[in-house]
Design a protein around this ligand. Structure first.
Ligand SMILES: Nc1ncnc2c1ncn2[C@@H]1O[C@H](COP(=O)(O)OP(=O)(O)O)[C@@H](O)[C@H]1O
Ligand SMILES: [Mg+2]
Length: 251
């Protein structure tokens, strides 16, 4: 377990409100802190705002009210116009989308994996080393010449994870990582998350999967159907509360 006491948060989410045009509230006055090295699960039923929250943490969306600090700097549209800040943030924080088809756009798996290190201007040898290491870690050596859009959803998920592994972010944002995976794939996903965590990475998962949450969470931020934070706490404080989980539509 990661100790989170007496540390400055890596991300501080402060009273965030977000609404899509023409649709109701997606997030209502959401606040929580995220500490370096912890695995935090954003737990909530469909539609409660998890994906929106991940996109805000990734600087893809910006809140209508409230703010998000990353290492004490406010994530604003203006801040991301600074190329140096944008580049550094994009190297440090990586989002794995729920739908791998959104993430994968290059003609081959190798191209996909080489993309991030090439963007970082790494040397050819280092790019190849990272690609090979990611292929091995995700056990997808056999897929290297395949076209990502022709793969199964489980294979696509591995390729999407591998394409972030070659970036080697300090913070992983994972949107419904276990959705659509068979039990064996969920088992490797669980070990993958634990391995990254053991390397000191900060992991944020958005999910309604209580089993996965139980296996990996250091802390849980429980979102309710009113798009608010119901409770933030340790798994032992939240996962045993049957009534609470039922009211959040998770049981
Ligand atoms: N692109 C969009 N346009 C309009 N409304 C959206 C859009 N994406 C999500 N929403 C709405 O915002 C709310 C939160 O959605 P989302 O963040 O996707 O929840 P979750 O990931 O927890 O299922 C839902 O009510 C959803 O209908
Ligand atoms: Mg979602």
């Amino acid at each position: 377990m990661t100790s989170v006491q007496n540390k400055l948060p890596l991300f501080s989410v402060q009273n965030i409100t977000y609404a899509y045009e023409g649709s109701g509230t997606a997030l209502d006055a959401v606040s929580f802190d995220l500490f370096a090295g912890e695995t935090l699960v954003l737990l909530g039923s469909n539609g409660c705002g998890k994906s929106t929250l991940l996109k805000l943490l990734d600087g893809l969306y910006f809140a209508a009210a409230g703010k998000i600090l990353y290492q004490d700097e406010e994530l604003s549209e203006e801040r991301f116009r600074d190329e140096a800040f944008n580049g550094q943030f994009r190297r440090e924080v990586g989002l794995v989308f729920q739908d791998s088809d959104v993430q994968l756009f290059l003609p081959s798996v190798t191209d996909e994996l080489a993309f991030a290190p090439l963007q970082m201007d790494l040397q050819g040898d280092e790019v190849r080393r990272r690609v090979e290491a990611a292929l091995t870690t995700l056990r997808i050596e056999g897929l290297r010449e395949r076209a990502p859009h022709q793969l199964s959803s489980g294979e696509k998920k591995r390729v999407a994870l591998a394409s972030l592994l070659t970036l080697d972010p300090a913070v992983w944002l994972l949107d419904e990582p276990s959705a659509g995976l068979d039990p064996r794939s969920v088992a490797w996903l669980t070990s993958f998350i634990r391995e990254q965590s053991a390397l000191g990475k900060t992991m944020v998962l958005a999910t309604h999967d209580l089993q996965l949450t139980r296996e990996v969470a250091d802390r849980i931020c429980l979102l309710n159907e009113a798009h608010q934070v119901e409770l933030v706490g340790r798994p032992s404080e939240i996962l045993e509360q049957t009534e609470l989980l039922r009211s959040a539509n998770l049981l």
